[in-house]
Write a protein that binds this ligand. Structure first.
Ligand SMILES: [Zn+2]
Ligand SMILES: [Zn+2]
Length: 139
């Protein structure tokens, strides 16, 4: 983004992320709980390599459209899907758990890790998609 750009949501939140990375792809609206960014910054430092957001906030419509659960934490601005360029994605999940995300769900087939900051978190779920669905977790 060039200097002087007035693009929506194009400003820093936390140390390593921009608000636009978290916006809903359908409407560009965004909600973001600061503690989520705080932990993402902490994780980014731990990983010492770029961490990318593939899904952040979702408006209710978009959440339905992508098959997100009704009680998904994405429409609350409390969840994100993350990935990096390193080979071992499970390592990212392990580190996410270590830095304090209350729920970390490893989705090897999707190539991402779901992290959220819900109360009474589920810890690290290194499970197959089937197992995740059986537990009625959200993606
Ligand atoms: Zn939307
Ligand atoms: Zn998710």
């Amino acid at each position: 983004m060039k200097e002087g750009s007035r693009a929506l949501n194009d400003f820093k939140v936390g140390e390593f992320f921009r608000l636009g990375e978290f916006e809903c792809p359908c409407c560009h609206q965004v909600k973001l709980v600061p503690y989520l960014v705080y932990l993402l910054d902490k994780l980014r430092k731990e990983v010492n390599a770029p961490v990318y957001i593939s899904s952040g906030y979702r408006c209710e419509n978009y959440n339905r459209k992508v098959g997100g659960k009704k009680h998904s934490y994405h429409p609350l601005g409390m969840a994100a899907h993350i990935f990096y360029r390193k080979a071992n994605l499970f390592e990212l999940a392990t580190l996410a758990n270590k830095v304090g995300f209350s729920t970390v769900i490893y989705y090897p087939e999707g190539g991402f890790v779901h992290v959220d900051i819900r109360e009474h978190g589920l810890g690290l779920i290194g499970a197959s998609k089937a197992e995740a669905l059986r537990r009625e977790l959200e993606v």
